[in-house]
Write a protein that binds this ligand. Structure first.
Ligand SMILES: Cc1ncc(COP(=O)(O)O)c(C=O)c1O
Length: 268
């Protein structure tokens, strides 16, 4: 196939010619009419917050969990929030080290720092751009507790090798699936290999709801803990009514129901 640049240049930009497109095309998500009417339904219902109802958020969570055959899906406000909650679910001692690939989105590291985990950067395979298991093995020491494969551009990290390495060294795996919704590795979906996986649902992701994120896990303790963290740390301690008591710090990571439209793209 011959690519003819819009700019009329006979050579690729790489070789000194003009760019293929004169202007950058907006990466707008495709939103179906059905999804639009569901958003309008939510707006007309008057129940805009997950906190006061959240039936649509719960429906979305359960569709997500069943798509990945995980017991729980926890919807939050961003992929970065999802990573932070997934790391907290690992309950690592402060100062633990975690391995992540050099080719990653910054949130995989910044959410670690927020969770008091020290990021240790691992080399990538120059051909695939994915995390290199051999360099992972070289970077493991007695403080290493977690391995975070970040599957960039839909390209899965080599999960069979990484899971073998993790189980040999007793490391928790948390996958960053911010760019790999539905990408398989060794016949399984990315996001199903570790203790938990975090997804971004922001405006340019495979499932785009504006801003949003999702944690999936089989860990039964995670939904309860995450629900507490994503809301406002409500607990029963210290309150005379029990209603507005605050038991711990909160992150305000919850979803808006109107932004959680019909997850149509999950069906494909
Ligand atoms: C691989 C990956 N992980 C995490 C994130 C963070 O997601 P968010 O922007 O929704 O916080 C992104 C966002 O671009 C990403 O590409």
């Amino acid at each position: 196939m011959t690519i003819v640049p819009e700019t009329g240049s006979p050579r690729l930009a790489l070789h000194g010619g003009g760019p293929v497109r004169a202007e950058r095309k907006p990466a707008n998500p495709l939103i179906s009419d059905a999804a639009k009417s569901e958003v309008v339904e939510v707006l007309e219902s008057g129940t805009l917050a997950q906190f006061y109802g959240g039936t649509r958020v719960r429906r979305f969570e359960s569709a997500y969990a069943s798509r990945f055959q995980r017991k729980h899906a926890i919807a939050v406000s961003s992929g970065t929030a999802a990573l932070h909650l997934a790391y907290l679910a690992a309950r690592l001692p402060s100062g633990s080290e975690a391995l992540l690939p050099a080719n990653a989105y910054v949130s995989a590291a910044s959410a670690m720092i927020q969770a008091e985990i020290v990021p240790v950067v691992v080399d990538i395979d120059p051909l695939t751009g994915a995390m290199d298991p051999e360099d992972c093995a070289r970077k493991i020491n007695d403080r290493t507790r977690m391995l975070v494969p970040v599957h960039m551009y839909g390209q899965p990290c080599p999960m069979p090798e990484l899971t073998t390495l993790a189980s040999r060294h007793g490391l928790v795996i948390i996958e960053d699936c911010g760019q790999s919704h539905g990408a398989p590795s060794a016949g399984r979906l990315t996001g199903t290999f570790g203790l938990a996986a975090a997804f971004s649902l922001c405006c340019r992701k495979h499932i785009a709801v504006g801003e949003g994120g999702m944690v999936i896990t089989d860990d039964d303790a995670s939904p309860k803990r995450s629900a507490r963290w994503r809301t406002r740390a409500r607990g029963r301690t210290g309150s005379t009514t029990g209603r507005w008591a605050t038991a711990t710090t909160s992150r305000r990571y919850r979803r808006c129901s109107a932004c959680t439209s019909s997850p149509g793209s999950m069906k494909s």
